[in-house]
Design a protein around this ligand. Structure first.
Ligand code: ATP
Length: 628
């Protein structure tokens, strides 16, 4: 705390005296008085062993010491003596208060009391008044406050079973789209679709009226498997449909190629009959020059025409096209959709946001200028940004990167302003992350890491689990575990088909494996973390996390591969004893309605697997040696 000593007006009584003397003389006198007082105070301070030039740190140290001494004395109950002592000190400190005028020196409470007293008594040093409080109470921690749009979101229910809105109930929805929905077996809208689709359509309608209107951006954070994809696919298709000229009007960005392919497929399904063309440019299926020829066509006059309306891409490939594809322009963009937005924002590898913003800037679309009538009239309508994720970031700094315009948050989080539970930044998500209501979560403690393959086999064999997705952290571990499990099954004569899916498996193979799994031809699919996000594989009834999740977000996306679209699912996390506590701590940061159940296995029961396990390990070793 700082002590401020200021020269203050003395009042009318003094004025009378002052009137008699010359103003300048009076001032000089005062300055001289002040100097003398200061010298005297410094002398007294030195005599008391106080270093007037002490550093802040030293000062704090000294004050702490004094305070502790004071407290000690009080505890001892030397009331009378102490009072004298303290008042004695007060006297000293009171003196010190003057001694340190013009210096930023702090005083202990006792000294401050004295100061306050002095102040009340109109101060012993005339013409100087001490202002400002001086207490040593612990300061109240300043809470982080969220911007209004994050703190006051629109709540989306998580119940996917009791649906009341049929596909015919949204009056703004085009008949072609409604027909497509029915064709794909969608009869009712999920809550997120029911709220977001009309909201986005309404914003677009405002743009199409004669009045200038910039559509507000949208952030959606609802659980995995709750139908986010249709919540952006349908309004985008509906809004783009009436255009006669083909231009890239929607850009959809996803973090990985497989997800982009999955989302593009949904766009194609629901754009049927609308005349809209969708193109996936991820570099997975075609080389760059083929993608370029599918994106733009050069006219005879040298200009370029777009061949597509909707581009689905990954950040890296987008930058390649922005920088290398002649005639590829986003100047007519109406939508920028970012699915798995928190992950895409983190993807700084290609600085895609920077390139996109620069491209838009070159097309005259400024990064949110000040909203005035002038800018509204002169600036082109900005593309509306739609951000989706089950684990949407709440970090305003990160969201700022996206230059959102008056965003609206739709979330299932119970309390987005409740940061204390999330540790105020441990995870930068909006409030409590929500897991699907139909998810049953289990965990199992294995005494040794080496026992995990046996426990995995034992669970599959005894519980009869099929339709299992088993996550490992690394591609190597994926391959090894899939092979080891197959060998143990063979050695134990258990009819169980195991396969693996990772980035090392080719795209065509991945498609084949997923199709076989969906058909039920593969019982257990061992995957790397890369498949945790967004992948919608039907038939996943169980998710096993072979290793505990590193972050809550990872956990949410991994277990979220089951219990989708209102269908029940179970997750099981294998842990070592030291990991149990941290796992529970991690889960406390999310809010799931179901209970967490411990699955118990008597490890002595696993003795029947000793021999098959040993044989399988030997076979695995031999296979590895042969392949080398
Ligand atoms: N209204 C609906 N009625 C029936 N099924 C639906 C409906 N909407 C979506 N689905 C189905 O629900 C499943 C999950 O949808 P989707 O992939 O969009 O979820 P998501 O919220 O994007 O999940 P994630 O966060 O994991 O990406 C899909 O198989 C989809 O076809």
């Amino acid at each position: 705390m700082s002590l401020f000593v200021v020269n203050r007006y003395l009042g009318d009584g003094n004025d009378e005296k002052c009137e008699k003397s010359n103003d300048l003389n009076k001032l000089l006198l005062k300055v001289e008085e002040r100097r003398k007082l200061k010298e005297e105070n410094e002398r007294v301070a030195r005599a008391n062993g106080v270093n007037v030039r002490e550093s802040k740190k030293e000062r704090h140290k000294r004050l702490r010491k004094l305070r502790r001494k004071e407290e000690k004395n009080q505890k001892k109950g030397e009331n009378d003596d102490n009072e004298e002592g303290v008042s004695g000190e007060e006297g000293n400190e009171g003196d010190k208060c003057n001694e340190f005028e013009d210096q930023d020196i702090e005083l202990p409470e006792s000294g401050q009391d004295s100061l306050k007293k002095n102040e009340g008594e109109k101060s012993e040093s005339p013409g100087f008044t001490v202002i400002g409080g001086h207490d040593f109470k612990k300061k109240i921690e300043v809470k982080r406050y969220l911007p209004d749009w994050l703190a006051k979101p629109f709540r989306i229910p998580t119940d996917l079973k009791n649906l009341s809105t049929t596909v015919n109930d949204l009056p703004d929805l085009d008949k072609t789209i409604v027909d497509n929905l029915k064709k794909h077996g969608v009869t009712h809208f999920f809550p997120v679709q029911k709220e977001v689709i009309p909201w986005v359509l309404h914003e677009r309608q405002k743009c199409s009226t004669g009045l200038k209107h910039w559509p507000r951006d949208v952030c959606v954070s609802v659980p995995t498997g709750s139908g986010k994809t249709l919540a952006f696919v349908l309004p985008v298709i509906q809004s783009l449909k009436p255009s006669l000229i083909r231009r890239v009007r929607a850009l959809v960005v996803l973090p990985v190629q497989d997800l982009a392919a999955q989302v593009a497929k949904v766009f194609v399904q629901y754009a049927q009959g609308t005349g809209l063309r969708v193109l996936t440019v991820t570099g997975r299926a075609m080389p760059l020059h083929t993608e370029q020829s599918l994106l733009v066509r050069q006219r005879v006059d040298g200009g370029f025409d777009s061949r597509v309306d909707i581009v689905v891409t990954t950040p890296g490939r987008l930058v390649e096209h922005l920088t290398q594809t002649a005639g590829f322009t986003l100047s007519h963009l109406q939508f920028v959709v970012v699915d798995e937005a928190d992950r895409v924002i983190d993807n700084v590898k290609n600085d895609w946001l920077y390139h996109l913003e620069n491209h838009l800037l070159a097309a005259g679309i400024k990064r949110i200028p000040a909203l005035t009538l002038d800018t509204l009239n002169s600036d082109p309508v900005r593309p509306q940004k739609l951000l989706f994720s089950a684990t949407m970031t709440q970090d305003p700094e990160k969201l700022k990167l996206l230059n959102l315009f008056q965003p609206r948050l739709f979330t299932s989080s119970l309390d987005s302003a409740n940061e204390t539970k999330n540790g105020g930044g441990k995870d930068d998500n909006a409030g409590d992350l929500v897991l699907p209501a139909e998810l049953q979560q289990k965990w199992l403690s294995c005494s040794h890491e080496q026992l995990k393959p046996l426990i995995l086999y034992h669970v599959l064999a005894t519980e009869g689990w099929r339709g299992v997705l088993c996550f490992t952290h690394y591609t190597d571990a994926t391959r090894r575990l899939a092979r080891l499990l197959s060998l143990i099954c063979a050695a134990c004569r258990l009819q169980l088909t195991v396969d693996e899916i990772s980035s090392e498996v080719s795209f065509e193979q991945r498609n084949r494996i997923v199709a076989e799994f969906t058909r039920g031809d593969i019982d257990v699919l061992v995957c790397s973390d890369a498949y945790a996000r967004g992948m919608d594989i039907s038939g996943v009834r169980y998710v096993i996390l072979y290793s505990p999740p590193k972050h809550l977000n990872n956990y949410i996306h991994q277990v979220g591969r089951t219990a989708r679209a209102g269908v029940a699912g179970t997750s099981l996390t294998l842990l070592n004893p030291p990991q149990v506590k941290s796992f529970h701590k991690l889960l406390k940061m999310s809010s799931f309605t179901g209970k967490l159940e411990e699955m118990k296995i008597d490890e002595k029961e696993l003795s029947y697997l000793e021999e098959p396990y040993r044989d399988s390990l030997t076979a695995l070793k031999n296979e590895a040696t042969d392949s080398n």
